[in-house]
Design a protein around this ligand. Structure first.
Ligand code: ADP
Ligand code: MG
Length: 569
């Protein structure tokens, strides 16, 4: 008799569904699942916190279109992973979470780490289930993988009772389930395509917005053709950056506020009109703006703004339809319109302001100086992971992306602490046989770094090609310098007097890296920054961390609007 365990069935089913990476933390009852995964040919990355493990698994889903798996123990292990599931689900990224749970015959008895896990995951996922016996494991895993990718992508949870992990069943009783193919693609209704073109060609001030849905859809080549054929200006969302290169002549990112405010027709491709796009409403948008919305999720159409035209379908397919139609009509938006003139003028004015801030030479450095030097040294094909408040916002405007899916950040959920998990996932892909020698550069605020800082050990353990740059302003939003901190400590108990935004001034995050054998640099000047970064990027032996001490009161340049659109209630 050929017997197989529950652990083997889980592992083999994942592998059969082409899940190639697993991130997790082992313990009772799922150690055997991780070992079986490796035996089945899945790469297993042991992490230090389940939240970061789940961030990593979800980044695999975004970068490859096929989910990664996150393996966690019962109770607290699963609870820790919920943050990662929520982040993936809100970002519309596929991920599979496998959670061990307490033995079935101890349910309701107060078993070790007992928790209603399947119910707990429902709010954070598209699908949450426990196979009722060993025989159905392949079907449930296939369904989870399929649900994570089909329709709007998201998180899926599969629970495995502890007693099922080592239980055995005759292999002949288990129904084999073949690999589910990539999602079937649908195109938009052809009359809607015609409507879209007539709205677009009648526009005075048209704009394309490219979101991370377009990046996920891998629609870059079609989109480039459409943009160049139509001559339209485009604006990437934060993770839409790089679908077309940031230095493309049609990119108007440096005139973002102006473009959003004055556009009369917007072709919205794989982005939601949520807080990131200020809901598509005044004061940030023209109240009469006509939206042509491209999305595969029908329920998304009309959120906050009723679209003039809804193009329901896969972005790649819909863009191909638009290109076809454009080719037939032979229409092109002229490059000498007033609108292009206004956008170009704004772009060069903004560039001047940033440049002036970047070349300021006083120490400690400000954000603009730091990003100016980093941007000069980063290779065009590097993957940029970014999080933090000012660090992420200013970095987004100053660090260019030239390739699709090469920027990972706090995303739709605004989650801090994602960076190291994302970088580990990107580096794991990079280390695989298909790696292209790309650098993974993690630009972190000091607060953001802290959430998952111990994952530095994971990076050192697997020797991952990651460069972490901590832009250290001693706090959340802002901090104080060491002398002020000492004065404060004299004024009383720090829990009463220290501003809640402060973190330890000049904390030695670089020593966190050296503690595990990586390379750490303490950086105070542009020269130190340049030499440390050059060395880290060129000599690829081990991970590095640059602890860049900046002026704790450095701030963002004056903005026309606050970054977060709040209600006036
Ligand atoms: P951003 O943060 O860049 O604004 P969002 O995550 O808000 O992007 O929006 C991405 C949108 O793209 C979601 O509404 C999602 O349903 C959609 N989407 C994802 N993949 C595809 C695809 N292949 N085709 C069409 N739409 C997609
Ligand atoms: Mg900070």
């Amino acid at each position: 008799m050929d017997e197989v365990t529950g652990a083997q069935l889980i592992a083999e089913s994942l592998k059969a569904q082409k899940v190639e990476y697993m991130f997790g933390i082992v313990g009772v009852p799922i150690i055997e699942v991780a070992m079986a995964a490796q035996a089945a040919g899945i790469k297993y990355v042991g992490m230090r916190n389940e939240q970061a493990a789940c961030y990593a698994a979800s980044a695999i889903g975004y970068l490859t279109g096929r989910p990664g798996a996150c393996l966690v123990v019962s109770g607290p292990g699963l609870i820790h992973a919920l943050g990662g599931m929520a982040n993936a689900n809100v970002n519309c990224w596929p991920v599979i979470v496998i959670g061990g749970s307490s033995d079935r015959n101890q349910e309701t008895a107060g078993a070790f780490q007992e928790f209603p896990q399947v119910e707990a995951c429902r709010l954070y996922s598209k699908f949450s289930a426990r196979p009722s016996n060993l025989e159905v494991i392949p079907s449930v895993v296939e369904k989870a993988v399929r649900c994570s990718m089909y329709g709007r992508p998201g998180a899926c949870y599969v629970d495995i009772a502890g007693d099922m992990v080592n239980a055995k069943v005759d292999r002949s009783k288990v129904r084999e389930v073949s690999c589910c193919p990539p999602p079937p693609l649908s195109a938009a209704d052809s009359s809607a395509i015609a409507d879209a073109l007539s709205v677009l060609t009648a526009a005075k001030r048209p704009l394309i917005i490219i979101g991370k849905g377009a990046a996920y859809a891998q629609a870059e080549s079609g989109l480039r053709e459409f943009v160049e054929m139509s001559g339209l200006p485009f604006l990437p969302t934060p993770m839409g950056k790089g679908v077309l290169p940031d230095d493309h002549p049609n990119c108007v990112a440096a005139a973002r506020s102006r473009a959003l405010l004055q556009a009369d027709v917007i072709l919205l491709i794989g982005a939601r009109l949520n807080w990131i796009l200020h809901f598509g409403l005044p004061p940030r948008f023209d109240p009469n703006v006509k939206i042509i919305q491209v999305d595969l999720c029908a329920e998304e159409m009309g959120n906050n703004v009723r679209p003039a035209v809804a193009l329901l379908g896969d972005i790649g397919a819909v863009v191909a339809q638009l290109v076809q139609r454009l080719r037939n009509d032979g229409w092109k938006y002229r490059s000498n319109t007033e609108w292009w003139g206004a956008l170009r003028e704004k772009i060069s004015a903004n560039a001047k302001i940033s440049k002036a801030l970047a070349v300021q030479s006083q120490l400690p450095m400000n954000y603009y100086t730091v990003f100016h030097h980093i941007s000069q040294l980063l290779p065009r094909d590097c993957i940029i992971v970014s999080e933090g408040a000012n660090t992420m916002d200013i970095g987004r405007t100053m660090l260019n992306n030239y390739l699709p899916r090469h920027r990972l950040d706090a995303g739709t959920f605004g989650t801090m602490g994602v960076g190291l998990g994302f970088a580990i996932a990107a580096a794991a892909l990079e280390k695989s046989s298909s790696g292209k020698g790309q650098r993974i550069v993690c630009v972190e605020g000091d607060s953001a770094f802290g959430f998952s800082g111990m994952e530095v050990e994971t990076m050192c353990r697997y020797n991952l090609p990651v460069v972490i740059i901590v832009v250290n302003n001693n706090g959340i939003y802002s901090g104080v310098d060491p002398d002020t901190w000492k004065e404060m400590a004299k004024m009383g108990d720090l829990t009463s007097v220290a501003p809640p935004v402060t973190l330890l001034p000049e904390a030695r995050y670089d020593q966190v890296m050296t503690a595990f054998g990586g390379r750490g640099f303490l950086v105070r000047t542009p020269e130190e920054l340049r030499s440390a970064l050059q060395l880290s990027l060129s000599d690829w032996e081990k991970p590095s961390l640059l602890n860049v001490l900046i002026d704790p009161s450095s701030d963002r340049k004056q903005q026309e609007f606050p970054w977060l659109t709040r209600s006036n209630l």
